[in-house]
Design a protein around this ligand. Structure first.
Ligand SMILES: NC(=O)c1ccc[n+]([C@@H]2O[C@H](COP(=O)([O-])OP(=O)(O)OC[C@H]3O[C@@H](n4cnc5c(N)ncnc54)[C@H](O)[C@@H]3O)[C@@H](O)[C@H]2O)c1
Ligand SMILES: CC(C)[C@H](C(=O)O)[C@@H](O)C(=O)O
Ligand SMILES: [Mg+2]
Length: 358
């Protein structure tokens, strides 16, 4: 029996998480596994219920589970109130920090069938298959000091990184590069930032000392943002800090056709957390239009990474691909006919059940 903490969160979070559970249930049925789900509050809905975006009970549920499935957090009432003292995003950040989730893995894969769904030309996105390793518990998101001057006229955030923080996430990226094309691209801003120069120095030292077979390429983040649109197929394993990784992966989602397609895994010392890279898409909440694929693929990453269930994970990925091939897609994907969140979730679960029982 595997215990999965389920944190649906806000906006479309509960709708897309529900579809991922359908896929997990289908896997459990076909492969004879038992998954026990324990739901907990996070984000704006947790603030509304108990005044804290990451309550102690939620932390407890996470820490006593084998893996965490997360939807999304965020609500316009906080986005539009810069003076709000408690914010949903603080819950997400605190959760990442206390659970030691310092490495966020974001694969970007283009699907042949969706080559016309992207605003980019098919010949540019054909065969794109790279993965971004984003540092998740350091950098400008967490650095001190941060805040406002006494008169309120100035605000400041600090970008802080230690060699140790850089090394531990870099190891994950080097290991992945070893399993893939033996090339690692460090994305930074070393021409301006002292922290980026520390990244370059540390990654170079680590590579020379422990991963001499991996070729390291260095690229400035502004150039990388441009190259990712101009020639995305050149990338394989990318490594970057917290904020650059956040921005560059939303950009990368355009290659695939929709932000609603990209999953992620956040790992570190202990437990793994799996979540779509998108947010709570408040405009789409309650309308049954959100694309559940990013969350369903996050569930596949959960099976593979936390439970070592590679075949089960593949059955989810294959089912997703089949729905895309059959054009069973939500409105964010260019198609003649569109399906609802529930219909896409049902179709994927059905295919998982059929495929393996066939
Ligand atoms: N990890 C997270 O929980 C997370 C990530 C990003 C943003 N947020 C929060 O979400 C809220 C909304 O932020 P935002 O609008 O900048 O980003 P967002 O990712 O929620 O949405 C941006 C746009 O992407 C599209 N989109 C996103 N997910 C989709 C899906 N599953 N299906 C179809 N289309 C999808 C929509 O067009 C949407 O307008 C904010 O409060 C923000 O802080 C949370
Ligand atoms: C909501 C926000 C704090 C979060 C981040 O910046 O990490 C989100 O954009 C993400 O990509 O998970
Ligand atoms: Mg983001």
């Amino acid at each position: 029996m595997k215990k999965i903490a389920v944190l649906p969160g806000d906006g479309i979070g509960p709708e897309v998480v529900k579809q991922a559970i359908k896929a997990l249930d289908a896997v459990a049925e076909v492969y004879n596994h038992e998954f026990e789900y324990k739901e907990a509050l996070v984000g704006a809905s947790a603030i509304d219920a108990v005044g804290d975006p990451f309550p102690a009970e939620t932390q407890e549920v996470c820490e006593t589970s084998d893996a965490i499935l997360f939807g999304a957090i965020g609500d316009p009432k906080y986005d539009n109130d810069p003076k709000a003292k408690v914010r949903p995003e603080q819950g997400l950040l605190r959760m990442r920090k206390v659970l030691g989730l310092f490495c966020n893995i974001r694969p970007v894969t283009s699907y042949k069938i969706l080559e016309n769904a992207s605003p980019l030309k098919p010949e540019i996105i054909s065969g794109v298959d790279f993965v971004v390793f984003r540092e998740l518990t350091g950098g400008i998101y967490f650095g001190e000091p941060r805040g406002r001057s006494e008169n309120g006229e100035t605000a400041f955030d600090s970008m802080v990184y230690s060699k140790e923080e850089i090394k531990r996430v870099s190891r994950f990226a080097f290991e992945a590069a070893g399993r893939r094309k033996k090339k690692l691209t460090l994305i930074d801003k070393a021409n301006v930032l002292a922290t980026s120069r520390l990244w370059r120095e540390t990654v170079k030292e680590l590579g020379e000392a422990e991963y001499p077979e991996i070729e390291i390429e260095y690229i400035f983040v502004d150039n990388a943002a441009m190259q990712m649109i101009q020639n995305p197929a050149q990338f394989d394993v990318c490594l970057t800090g917290n904020m650059f990784g956040d921005i560059i992966t939303d950009e990368a989602s355009v290659i695939t056709g929709s932000l609603g397609l990209l999953p992620s895994a956040s790992v570190g010392n202990k437990i793994g957390l799996y979540e779509p890279i998108h947010g709570s898409f408040p405009q789409g909440a309650g309308k049954n239009i959100a694309n559940p694929v990013a969350t369903i693929l996050s569930a596949a990453m959960l099976l593979e990474t936390s439970f070592g269930m590679a075949e089960e994970a593949k059955s989810i990925r294959d089912a997703v691909e089949q729905t895309l091939n059959e054009s069973i897609v939500t409105p964010d994907i260019k198609a003649e006919k569109h399906y609802t969140t529930e219909e896409v979730g049902d179709a994927i679960a059905e295919i998982i059940k059929q495929k393996v029982s066939a």
